[in-house]
Design a protein around this ligand. Structure first.
Ligand code: ADP
Ligand code: MG
Length: 336
């Protein structure tokens, strides 16, 4: 029997209805996350990563709207859940950590109150026990002096500490899935490493699944099991960390890898020239073609279909089987 993945994003398409033309920020995106697994979603700024996350948890603000596809969580179609059910999923089912914890924390609420609120709202602790649980959670995310910190206001903490508090809030209800959107981007390098360590710990300790969103492939190397590479709203390559790092196929993925400082042996810091295109006026073919050193005539015709990479024939793979590596690039097949 096929095991139902914890999260299945199927052909998700999210549009912003803005003038003069609608913007397709997320374009036919599909991926799965299984229990205990970490998927890294990587791409430059503006590629649609955060919009994907907000679409999954149903917190997209107008003029944004999900225009196609669906999000299945624990076998349930999230778009069909009534709002009260959806509120339960947010927090108790899917925890969320943002890039800028200051924006997510209430400046006039003490640290402990943030955690207590999450616990009480989801009926996991009475007010009286919530403080003790909050201290436990602060200790679990390795905040020193949790008995003291629990009474601090967010502005009294460093950026790294605030991010830990966010993690404590997100983990309070023991959600099986944690979505972390650029959790370390606003932090300096040492603190970044500590927060990533903590994420890895949390995942191992509680067998949690993680959707780790970042513009930095370096962050993904040691944290994720699989990687999905996003460009201009689409997933252009997807595979195990091993495959993506050792046998990258898409010229964009290769460019991202080459731009990791101190990355692959002999590589130098080499950014990809140009920027992510305006998503309201995408070229008719592959959206990466204008920046691609390997582009061919065919690249201007239509967006390339997904083809198996690494010698695996998708047509012979059993339904539901784990696909090791897939790419959308005419260099690797799919000629129209
Ligand atoms: P990332 O997280 O990968 O940096 P985002 O998901 O935040 O990128 O945004 C992807 C694209 O979606 C943006 O480049 C922009 O074109 C579009 N977008 C996001 N929010 C809005 C909005 N409120 N109105 C119009 N377009 C938006
Ligand atoms: Mg973002």
């Amino acid at each position: 029997m096929k095991q139902v993945p914890l999260l299945a994003v199927e052909n998700l398409t999210t549009v912003f209805d803005v003038k003069p033309r609608p913007v397709v920020a997320v374009n036919d995106v599909s991926f799965e996350i299984r229990k205990g697994e970490t998927l890294g979603l990587v791409g430059e700024s503006g590629s649609g990563k955060s919009v994907t996350a907000f679409s999954i948890i149903g917190l997209l603000q107008p003029p944004g709207r999900v225009a196609g596809g669906r999000v299945m969580f624990q076998g349930r179609d999230l778009a069909r859940l009534p709002e009260p059910e959806m509120r339960k999923v947010r927090g108790a089912g899917i925890g969320f950590v943002f890039q800028e914890p200051m924006a997510a924390l209430n400046p006039v609420m003490r640290v402990g109150a943030h955690i207590a609120e999450a616990l009480v709202v989801h009926g996991l602790a009475a007010k009286a026990e919530a403080r003790g649980r909050a201290i436990e959670l602060l200790r679990a995310v390795k905040i020193t002096d949790p008995e003291k910190r629990v009474d601090d206001y967010p502005h009294q903490l460093s950026g790294g500490m605030r991010q830990r508090v966010m993690m404590a809030v997100a983990l309070a209800c023991k959600p099986p899935l944690l979505i972390a959107d650029e959790p370390t981007t606003a932090l300096d390098v040492t603190v970044q490493a500590q927060v990533l360590d903590l994420l890895r710990d949390m995942k191992k300790q509680f067998d949690r699944s993680l959707l780790l969103i970042t513009h930095d492939l370096g962050v993904i190397a040691e944290t994720a099991d699989r990687v999905a590479v996003m460009y201009a709203g689409r997933i252009v390559e997807q595979g195990t960390v091993r495959e993506i790092f050792h046998h990258p196929k898409h010229p964009y993925t290769r460019g991202l890898l080459a731009s990791i400082p101190g990355g692959a042996a002999g590589s130098r810091l080499q950014a990809i020239e140009g920027t992510v295109p305006n998503l309201s006026v995408l070229p008719p073919g592959c959206s990466f073609a204008p920046r691609c050193g390997d582009r061919m005539d065919v690249c201007a015709t239509a967006f390339p279909p997904q083809t198996p990479a690494g010698g695996l024939d998708l047509s012979t793979v059993a339904p539901g089987a784990k696909v090791e590596h897939a790419v959308r690039c005419y260099l690797h097949g799919g000629q129209p």
